[in-house]
Design a protein around this ligand. Structure first.
Ligand code: COA
Length: 463
């Protein structure tokens, strides 16, 4: 890793953070950022506000240069016209990364103000996140330098987003709902300095991150090659999934007025992403469904042998096959040995073609036995379990047995997904146990599409 990338580590591993504009008033952005840091950050915290002596029990400093110790990161939340002076102070102080929360720069045509900030930072080797961002999160050290929710579920998904509000909304929506946890979240905003390529370099090396999810409006001019290099390097180690906004004509106009980026031609992005090992999804739910699978389950080895489906409802199986065919996900071809092993567990009228349709006439125990055999079978790279709650097949019983099957699948390095159609409480229980659980066959198929694509990409490029 180059020196430039080593400096970038301060973005996720600062030992000390100053909040410039740490407000005394709850509800204000600078107050929320300080509150979030105080709640969980393990490093040193320095509020900066010329009008306050103390905020949230911490001694306050009138300006950055008055802080007696070193400061790795400065989070700046004051009105835009005041930012250049603070950035000068940050340089004098030897701050390594400044995160500029403030809006009012190039996204509204204030290019000169943004240019001044970037020039100053460059002159002292300081890196800039933003401006116009919601901040940065890195859960392994409790760093939550945002004005979003104080508690962020820990996990292995790193999100890099050009839309701050969207990143925050994703946090709120998926907290505790789907079992999705985050290692990092970075809002890039106007990307005056640190961009996707920089962040991907760092998170590609991060041991706490298993999958990187991107919300992309547009890359910075002349940074396409850097993006491809960084992503290719990272994708050899871990999957990257991305949603590209501004695919339509009107959408690309909206992008220009949101973060000041050029949305560009979507086919160019598609080609670049493919080359770089980045899987492009078409919807936000696709982004989360794929991230959920990658964060919770192992990546199977080459060659890709397809997906084996076990369902207790024929209809669910048909819907899954429809979705997989539409998306181009390969179904596993089951060997006679596997089929006869599973046949011996099921009534004569059940189907042992793929999907294996156990029918609704069996018990949950038998369903679990079949699932165990499916995980053992060498014929498939991944197993999709589909379960419809029925009077004789209860979700509670499935939840009890699923833990063992999941452990077994993990030991065998085989990804296991569940589509559960039944009571909501049980759905959340699966999520809490670390099972990637989906509400519909289509969602699971989208996640499997990303998995198959990635396994094949890595086989070609991972040398
Ligand atoms: N150094 C340190 N503190 C300073 C300061 C300076 N040079 N100048 C002002 N402050 C203090 C203020 O006194 C105030 O503290 P107080 O409330 O205790 O008096 C605090 O910093 C904030 O300043 P204020 O002028 O009250 O600004 P604000 O809180 O109304 O707005 C922003 C500041 C950054 C939130 C606002 O300008 C902004 O850009 N909002 C949009 C943010 C956003 O949405 N970003 C993108 C997200 S995706």
């Amino acid at each position: 890793m180059s020196r430039q990338h080593t400096v970038l580590w301060e973005l996720f591993r600062p030992s000390s953070v100053a909040v410039v504009g740490a407000s005394r008033h709850p509800g204000k952005v600078g107050h929320s950022i300080l509150r979030n840091l105080v709640a969980s950050y393990k490093g040193k915290i320095y509020p900066v506000n010329p009008l306050a002596k103390q905020i949230l029990g911490l001694k306050c400093y009138p300006r950055l240069t008055a802080i007696p110790d070193s400061v790795d990161m400065a989070v700046i939340a004051i009105p835009a016209p005041k930012v250049p002076d603070v950035v000068c102070d940050a340089c004098k102080k030897g701050v390594k990364v400044s995160v500029i929360i403030s809006s009012g720069f190039s996204e509204v045509g204030n290019h000169e103000l943004e240019r001044r900030v970037v020039e100053t930072a460059k002159s002292c080797g300081m890196r800039i996140v933003g401006p116009n961002v919601f901040g940065v999160i890195y859960t392994p050290i409790g760093l939550n330098a945002t004005f979003g929710p104080p508690e962020v579920p820990r996990g292995s998904v790193a999100v890099i987003t050009q839309s701050g509000a969207l990143g925050l909304a994703l946090l709120y929506r998926f907290m505790g709902v789907k079992g999705l946890g985050f290692s990092a979240m970075l809002s890039l905003g106007n990307m005056s300095d640190i961009d996707f390529a920089d962040a991907i370099w760092v998170l590609g090396e991060d041991e706490h991150t298993r999958v990187i999810a991107l919300y992309v409006e547009g890359l910075r001019p002349l940074r396409g090659r850097a993006f491809i290099e960084a992503a290719r390097h990272a994708a050899k180690k871990k999957p990257i999934v991305a949603i590209k906004a501004g695919r339509s004509k009107r959408g690309s106009k909206a992008v220009a007025s949101h973060t000041g980026s050029m949305a560009g031609d979507v086919s160019i992005y598609q080609a670049a992403f493919r080359k770089a090992g980045v899987f492009m999804v078409r919807s936000l739910s696709g982004l989360l469904d794929a991230s959920l699978l990658f964060s919770l389950q192992p990546i199977p080895p080459q060659p890709w042998r397809g997906v084996m489906i076990v369902t207790n409802g024929g209809g669910l199986g048909v819907l899954a096959v429809d979705a997989m065919e539409e998306l181009g996900v390969t179904l596993a071809k089951l060997s006679p040995e596997t089929r006869s092993k599973i046949r011996s567990m099921l009534p004569w009228f059940a189907s042992t073609l793929n999907p294996i349709d156990t029918t609704a006439s069996i018990t949950t125990d038998t369903y679990l036995e079949v699932l165990h055999a499916a995980v053992d079978a060498p014929d498939a790279s991944a197993v999709l379990a589909m379960f419809a709650e029925l009077p004789n097949m209860k979700g509670e019983e499935l939840a009890k047995g699923m833990e063992d099957i999941l452990r077994h699948a993990r030991e065998r390095g085989k990804p296991l997904l569940l589509v559960y159609v039944g009571k909501h409480e049980i759905f959340y229980q699966f999520a809490a146990e670390g099972i990637p659980v989906y509400e519909s066959p289509y969602e699971a198929a989208e996640a499997l599409h990303a998995l198959e694509w990635y396994v094949r990409w890595r086989a070609k490029h991972a040398q």
